[in-house]
Write a protein that binds this ligand. Sequence first.
Ligand SMILES: Nc1ncnc2c1ncn2[C@@H]1O[C@H](COP(=O)(O)OP(=O)(O)OP(=O)(O)O)[C@@H](O)[C@H]1O
Length: 262
Amino acid sequence: MEKRAICEDGDNEYEIEFRHVSFKYPAADDYTLRNLSLTFRVGERLAVVGMNGSGKTTFIKLLCRLYDPTEGEILLNGINIKKYDYAEYMSIFSVVFQDFKLFSFSLGQNVAATVDYDRDKVEAAVAEAGMEERYRELPDGTETYLYKDFEEGGVEISGGEGQKLALARALYKDAPFIILDEPTAALDPIAEFEIYSKFNEIVGSKTAIFISHRLSSCRFCDNIAVFHEGTLVQRGSHDELVSNRGGMYYELWNAQAQYYVQ
Ligand SMILES: Nc1ncnc2c1ncn2[C@@H]1O[C@H](COP(=O)(O)OP(=O)(O)OP(=O)(O)O)[C@@H](O)[C@H]1O
């Protein structure tokens, strides 16, 4: 029997557990994730860091049921996520993937991901995502078309603006979990700083999981998971992890400190 994923009493008490999860892509010879065990609860902020190819995005894809674990299981409130109705399960997540897509529709439709949308809610999400100033310059507000494919008056947007709109889309959905895969890669350092300094405010009482290459942006996070070659090698706050000089996090941090002014 399919279970209900939404907490019916509205208390949003969710706990997700990866229990000994290993995963191999269908056409691959090697495992991408190996024996991953990790738990997080509603209200927490979890940052996932690690080198390229360490399995961060794959972890999110499994959480979103784009693939099933090859071994082990993922549980929501103690129940295997495969047992939930898919649409209902996904209704608790707002996800921004690295390769998010924007369409040649109006800004409002892009943010709401539906034809009909609530204009005030779109405007609030756009402002929260740090795009208020640019939004005010747009000729037709939420009705402004993105790109010029269908509308001569459509606006071209930059990669960073696109990323802010993707974030606005996640905020519009207003789900209890917000998952951001490299949410700020295309943003300039000032926009990135603005988003992260407001991160707690933006995320509010939601549970947030975010993947980032820039360790400097994880410092606000008291719960960091470090992936290496498909395994979870460390977990802790920035201060805890950076003080472990033999650890992977320390190595990543030092490698990046050369490039970023902390
Ligand atoms: N569809 C796929 N089929 C086969 N292998 C894949 C597929 N997608 C990813 N991989 C492999 O899985 C490994 C982990 O990829 P993943 O995208 O999860 O890493 P990541 O830590 O998110 O990397 P990055 O920081 O570069 O985004 C990589 O070696 C990648 O080549």
